[in-house]
Design a protein around this ligand. Sequence first.
Ligand SMILES: NC(=O)c1ccc[n+]([C@@H]2O[C@H](COP(=O)([O-])OP(=O)(O)OC[C@H]3O[C@@H](n4cnc5c(N)ncnc54)[C@H](O)[C@@H]3O)[C@@H](O)[C@H]2O)c1
Length: 165
Amino acid sequence: MRTLAVATSLRLSRAGYDVTILDSLARRDWDREHGLDSLVPIAAMRRRIDEWSRLTGRTIHFKHVDGTDYPNLCRFVTETEPGAIVHFGQQRSAPFSMIDRDDALRTHLNNTVGNLNVLWALNDHAPDAHLVKLGTMIKYGTPRRLPPRRRSATGSTTTTSSGPC
Ligand SMILES: NC(=O)c1ccc[n+]([C@@H]2O[C@H](COP(=O)([O-])OP(=O)(O)OC[C@H]3O[C@@H](n4cnc5c(N)ncnc54)[C@H](O)[C@@H]3O)[C@@H](O)[C@H]2O)c1
């Protein structure tokens, strides 16, 4: 969990909390697949955590876990016994989710399944933990232009795909 999560983690760590970052590192893979990169260089997670430790003497832990992998997520929750989870782990880019059907579906599955898994993992393994969630979902995957509506003989209106399938 990156843009927001690293900044949040540093702040919580500085405030004295024991912080563990969980990330599937999917963001980098998605960027690579589409030939994209950050406008500013972003160091690897390990390096950023090490630098924080060097500067402050504090430790931030890191776990490479995919939130859509429920058994691994449950293991993470059981092992870390969180008092709170701050959940930023989503595909966050609306334009990415609208590139084509595959990316729309990928965004939807990643974000929806990930959200449900976090909720169920907390329910099953850390029911007293707090959850703070920031994410946008509803518009993701919706094409810019909806296909034309057709009126049937019975008067009902249907929306059909104008695509090749
Ligand atoms: N950055 C903003 O200004 C902003 C504003 C409003 C809302 N948000 C929302 O906040 C959330 C975080 O935004 P961000 O800018 O930090 O995004 P980001 O892409 O920088 O970070 C998201 C991180 O989540 C990880 N991730 C994605 N799916 C995962 C999964 N299934 N399991 C584990 N890790 C996963 C990615 O690898 C990535 O490192 C998003 O939901 C976004 O929509 C961000």
